[in-house]
Design a binder for this molecule. Structure first.
Ligand code: COA
Length: 260
């Protein structure tokens, strides 16, 4: 598939998705959200892809939010549809992918941009990054999962303050809050993400996808995460990766996981 608003490239097991609307600070319009869905789906289904990175084009923004010009005249029903559809095809979709997704936050991550970064499995930021959920300054609330994932990641009180003030925090503060795992210079951001991805690549992709599922289970209503863990722990014993991992350990060699 060809894309108008994003770039997708694959290199040595790492797929990089770049949101490419720099003149609009990579704001997420509906077409971009659909293209992101397709790109994440394609990368996740590619057996050769072991880690997905998502970043923004240019040095100014990761994503400066949902495209305000598209929804300024929406009514109640269109607003609900916008949030429901976006959550389904992009934000929940990314969170539940079996392939690890790292957000390389290379500048402004505002509104839907921070929500996209939070839907990723973890985040690394450049030192010029600014993160926030400014929706209440526009008369709305976050609609792509921000009211749920921000408190999960940084705690309820901090999330309440960030959302109520519509303020931005810098990369250093985001690191202190645990919203991002690492901070690097702009130049070092992607190399650092690739270095972390390289460590993930050495491990069993089958076990990693089971771990993502079990960790996410903690945040799902009506699901007991400990039960999911027990079940998926057991299922690992029937995989080729488990046989290879344990055999390699006992033979004192590095495992070469088939990913099955
Ligand atoms: N939706 C649509 N267009 C956006 C956008 C968004 N969320 N964020 C930025 N843009 C556009 C601007 O309208 C501008 O377009 P133009 O050149 O055609 O006028 C272009 O991107 C550059 O943005 P600009 O505001 O000129 O850059 P800046 O450096 O002065 O300010 C920000 C940067 C991020 C502080 C500012 O763009 C901003 O506040 N954006 C909206 C953030 C937001 O509220 N997001 C949540 C949406 S729910």
């Amino acid at each position: 598939m060809s894309y108008n608003n994003i770039l997708l490239e694959e290199n040595n097991g790492i797929a990089t998705i770049t949101i490419n609307r720099p003149k609009k600070l990579n704001a997420l319009n509906q077409e971009t959200i659909k293209e992101l869905h397709e790109a994440f789906k394609t990368a996740n289904e590619d057996k050769g892809t072991k880690v997905i990175l998502v970043t923004g084009s240019g040095e100014k923004a990761f994503v400066a939010g949902a495209d305000i010009s598209e929804f300024a005249d929406y009514d109640v029903s269109e607003g609900k549809q916008l949030a429901a559809n976006g959550q389904k095809i992009l934000f929940d979709f990314v969170e539940n992918l079996s392939t690890p997704v790292i957000a390389a936050v290379n500048g402004f991550a505002l509104g839907g941009g921070l929500e996209l970064a939070m839907a990723c499995h973890f985040r690394v930021a450049s030192d010029n990054a600014k993160l926030g959920l400014p929706e209440v300054s526009l008369g709305v609330i976050p609609g792509y999962g921000g009211t749920q994932r921000l408190p999960q990641l940084i705690g309820k009180g901090r999330a309440m303050e960030m959302i109520m003030t519509a303020g931005m925090i810098d990369a250093k503060q985001a690191l202190t809050f645990g919203l991002v795992n690492h901070v690097a210079t702009q130049e070092e951001l992607l190399p650092l993400c690739e270095k972390i991805a390289g460590k993930i690549l050495n491990n069993s992709s089958v076990a990693i996808s089971a771990a993502i599922k079990a960790i996410n289970a903690n945040y799902k209503d009506g699901v007991n995460g400990f039960d999911v863990e027990i079940n998926d722990f057991g299922n690992c014993f029937d995989t080729e990766d488990f046989t290879e991992g344990t055999t390699a350990f006992l033979e004192k060699r590095k495992a070469d996981f088939p990913g099955e």
